[in-house]
Design a protein around this ligand. Sequence first.
Ligand SMILES: [Zn+2]
Length: 313
Amino acid sequence: MFASLRLDRRAMVRLLLASGALAALRGRAALAEDAYAGPFVDAHAHLNWDAGVTIDALMALYDAAGVRSALLFGYPWQLSADAHDRFAGRIVPFLAEGYANALHPDSSYVHPDGLEQLLTAGVVHGLGEVICRHSAFQLGASGGYYAEPANSVPADHPELIRAYQTAGRFGVPVNIHQEWFFAEELERAFQAAADTTFVWAHAGHGPAETARAVLQRNPNVVADLSARTPWIGPGTVLLRPNGTLDPAWAAVLDEYADRFLVGLDLFAPAHYQMGYVSQLVAYYRGLLGQLDPGVADLIGHANAERIAAFRQA
Ligand SMILES: [Zn+2]
């Protein structure tokens, strides 16, 4: 039922785009008008001590851009715990470690007793983003230079698996960054902690078919669509230059509508600016607007609210 509605809309967009430049412009206008206007949960939000942003500043950006709430990766975790204290009901506090520090001797992931204490006290309600296999990257000059070398922590390292299992015992999700060419290793982790809900960050930056296969084989896994934009993920963008959603991705999002989340992946100091945040939100609202409204509602907010606990206190 949903599929035929969606195809009709996509067929309409295709017709508009097929009949010349003027019509293409109208097509883009039609897409903007069709943008998803429902609640928006940022399921991939960083609050790092050195990003030069406070939770108040981030929430002001969210308010202006129409973002309701966030799964917030605090590094150190006290940042997200404090954010939850100040904005209960809008923030789910996650515990994150530094970019290359997942297995550092001081990492919370490798200290099960301390981790259990934090989860028992309820001051954190998720783990991640756990950075495992990550390609080297650099962000350009606008707003400053930011770069990291490749990181190659194995996602199925026994100490990490123990942390994932601990999260599962407390019913809290784990967000993992692992690029798609290491998907097999990641799946071993998913299967070793089958009672844990995982979020595969950026859908692994991989092809739609890889995401579909991983979701199909692993019912405890959802995926976020963060960093699939022209601004942060060149080469992995979900929308074509004319604004239309890649058909292979449209099909997977429709098929696994209850398994995807949207996220902005703000992390570098230059990201916490109104122009950038509103541009990203518009991008994802435009993407969601090309899906069936029921699917857009799930991916825009309801899936995030299902896997994470937005507690009022
Ligand atoms: Zn990431």
